[in-house]
Design a protein around this ligand. Structure first.
Ligand code: ATP
Ligand code: MG
Length: 415
């Protein structure tokens, strides 16, 4: 679990701002859900035999007001379950369409490594009540636009269709038969999954299994006609939009609730942590969690991984534009009031606090990232003037009256 230090927060804010802007452009609205839910919600949605539910959740027994054990609660390991719970609870998906997004920390007790943390952050986007491939394409185009906004290139889009629950059942049979024939080559996890959820064997990260997974029957062969048509329309829309993709028939996603379209944006730059954004259609989940049948699709992206891929040069954004250097008793209040007036005019001004010599204050001014220093001594305070010094170029310093100050700064700080 990481602290976000002051020097890192500008990047986070840039990312968050870009996410908000792009989602606004597509007409999505933000939702905020609690970080804690009943454990049962995750068991029912993500699936009992997923890594997340089997071993990665932070779970505890809540205290109850009576003398019996309270509910089992968990920190959320992902957002879709909470979002669907909220949508059902508030009747948001009943007879209407809903385009929503959320952002925030998720918690999984995984083995920490670069790009994999126990508290990490996701942006999630979910759409309810639209069953066509048009919205599948919209989500992918939206994410592609975000990469562009963030200056991230070189991501690969992988696509697959899991079909309907029925066509998956047929495929499941084929897989069980195939993997049973190779049972001695499977690892313990996969042997267990052979009974509970054989599709997840395809998702195994164990390199020893790569070969027999590659030889396994292919899912697209057993797709039903409607799923095939849905998928073909999605692909055609992406072609038209100029978004390149690779078909990956082994892409099944780690969670249980997907149907039809699944996709993943991947990078080659972060080693084994190559998934940046993953999602898919989950038409059965709302009903499975107690709502009325509602088609749905969504995705989540890992913010730490996006931050790692964003170019370095976003830093300066949040620096003050101006650092106010103050030396002398009457300079003190004069300078503070001048800074307040500048802030009224929307300048970003940091005022020296805690005293110090000119030299010490200029050192702080430099470190602040400001472009200009305003310097006030008792002389300036008496005369009603202020000295402007350029911190980044070796220009002559100039003295101006307070009346001229705003105009002068506007010119100097113009982009
Ligand atoms: P992975 O294959 O890397 O384990 P996942 O399939 O478990 O990812 P999802 O549950 O689909 O991932 O979560 C969506 C995104 O959240 C991932 O694509 C990834 O960018 C990010 N993510 C998932 N787990 C972590 C983690 N422990 N630390 C940081 N980011 C994560
Ligand atoms: Mg994972």
């Amino acid at each position: 679990m990481n602290d976000v230090l002051p020097e890192q927060s500008a990047r986070w804010q840039f990312l968050e701002g870009a996410v908000r802007d792009v989602l606004d452009q597509y007409g999505y609205q933000e939702m905020r859900m609690p970080l804690v839910e009943q454990t049962a919600l995750f068991c029912r949605s993500i699936g009992e035999v997923t890594d997340i539910v089997e071993k990665e959740m932070y779970t505890w027994q809540d205290r109850s007001s009576e003398k019996k054990a309270g509910d089992l609660l968990s920190l959320r390991p992902e957002g879709t379950a909470s979002c669907v719970r909220a949508v059902i609870e508030h009747g948001l998906a009943f007879n209407q369409q809903q385009r929503v997004w959320y952002q925030g920390p998720m918690f999984r007790r995984e083995r920490p490594q670069k790009g994999r943390y126990r508290q990490f952050h996701q942006v999630g986007v979910e759409v309810f009540g639209i069953d066509g491939p048009d919205v599948d394409a919209e989500l992918i185009m939206l994410s592609a636009r975000l990469w562009k906004r963030l200056g991230i290139d070189g991501l690969r889009l992988e696509l697959n269709s899991l079909g309907t629950a029925e066509s998956r059942a047929v495929y499941r049979e084929q897989l069980v038969e195939y993997f049973t024939g190779h049972i001695d080559q499977l690892d313990e996890d996969s042997k267990r999954r052979l009974e509970s959820n054989p599709l997840r064997i395809l998702d195994s990260k164990n390199p020893a299994l790569a070969e027999i997974i590659a030889q396994a029957p292919s899912l697209p062969d057993s797709l039903d006609d409607e799923s095939k048509a849905h998928f073909a329309t999605l692909c055609a829309t992406l072609d038209k939009a100029g978004i390149a993709y690779e078909l990956n028939p082994r892409l099944v996603r780690g969670l249980d609730y997907y149907s039809r379209t699944v996709f993943e944006w991947k990078t080659d730059k972060l080693g084994a942590q190559d998934a940046v954004c993953s999602g898919g259609r989950y038409d059965g989940l709302v009903e499975q969690l107690g709502g009325r049948p509602t088609s749905a699709i969504g995705f989540a992206m890992g913010m730490e991984r996006l931050l790692a891929l964003m170019p370095d040069a976003l830093e300066r954004e949040q620096s003050p534009q101006i650092y106010m250097v103050l030396v002398g008793d009457s300079a003190q209040q004069y300078g503070v009031m001048a800074a307040e007036n500048l802030r009224d005019a929307n300048f970003r001004v940091q005022v020296n606090a805690g005293g110090g010599s000119f030299k010490a204050q200029f050192k702080r001014a430099d470190k602040s990232g400001a472009a200009l220093a305003l310097v006030v001594g008792d002389n300036e305070a008496d005369a009603g003037t202020i000295v402007i010094k350029d911190l980044r170029n070796n220009a002559e310093q100039t003295t101006v009256s307070l009346a001229e100050l705003n105009t002068e700064l506007m010119q100097r700080l113009a982009p």
